[in-house]
Design a protein around this ligand. Structure first.
Ligand code: CDP
Length: 221
């Protein structure tokens, strides 16, 4: 099986780029952030704060999170219910980043991610794929862009989805806070793997980023 790990901060373009490339190479695109988001949604629905570790540990014992691929498109299920859309709010983003710092949450989601890569050729995106989840991935990319550029993209994503309640400034502040939280946690922090290739998408169009990464993948495989 072939694994391409794509790590990087929020809004660097991981999901858009990875989805496009996965289609072209006929790999499965796995968005691991959806797993942390589904866990966060579960906590929010049960009124549990990310700081209440014992309650989260108990909650996980009764939690079933699954990824299903329908016509190659990932859907995430929380206790049998498709939550693929409801995990995309800014409240869930921030809670996911806080909850993702808990070792119990990370180990709960680890085997699930590895199992998918055992059975499929994958393009997997996240924060710790090249460093922790799939350290033997044949290709590792660290995708980044300036915080302003990432906030601008996220702002346009929200507008396209009809969400006009988030200002650019709030989105930028949320992104900076998540960058800090994700790169400063003790377990599996966001960082470039030693053998990852860095791609900065700040000045590139989607097409240019896709071409760059396909060239890297083809050079390695
Ligand atoms: O889509 P976006 O880049 O905004 O975030 P995401 O990939 O959906 O991830 C949401 C949060 O989950 C991140 O801020 C991380 O804290 C956490 N996460 C993680 O810790 N490890 C991963 N492999 C993926 C996500």
């Amino acid at each position: 099986m072939i694994a391409v790990a794509i790590d990087g901060p929020a809004g660097a373009g991981k999901s858009t780029i990875a989805k496009t490339i996965a289609k072209e190479l006929a790999y499965i695109y796995v968005d691991t952030g959806a797993l942390y988001r589904a866990t966060a949604l579960n906590a929010l629905q049960n009124d549990i704060a990310p700081s209440e570790e014992e309650k989260i540990t108990a909650m996980l014992k009764n939690t079933c999170i699954e990824l299903r691929f329908i016509d190659g498109v990932q859907r995430v299920f929380l206790n049998g219910k498709d939550v693929s859309e409801s995990i995309r709010t800014s409240e869930v983003s921030m809670t996911a980043s806080k909850i993702a710092a808990l070792p119990i949450v990370r180990s709960f989601l680890l085997d699930l991610q590895r199992d998918i890569a055992k059975k499929n050729n994958v393009l997997m995106d996240g924060r710790d794929i090249g460093t922790v989840v799939l350290p033997n991935a044949q290709v590792k990319i660290f995708l980044t862009a300036s915080a302003e550029c990432r906030a601008k993209r996220r702002y346009h994503d929200y507008l396209e989805a009809g969400n006009t309640s988030e200002s650019y400034e709030t989105i930028l502040q949320d992104i900076l806070q998540r960058d800090y939280q994700d790169s400063h946690r003790a377990v599996a922090p966001l960082k470039q793997a030693d053998d990852a290739i860095m791609v900065d998408t700040s000045d590139d169009t989607l097409k240019e980023s896709v071409e760059k990464i396909i060239a890297i993948i083809q050079g390695k495989i």
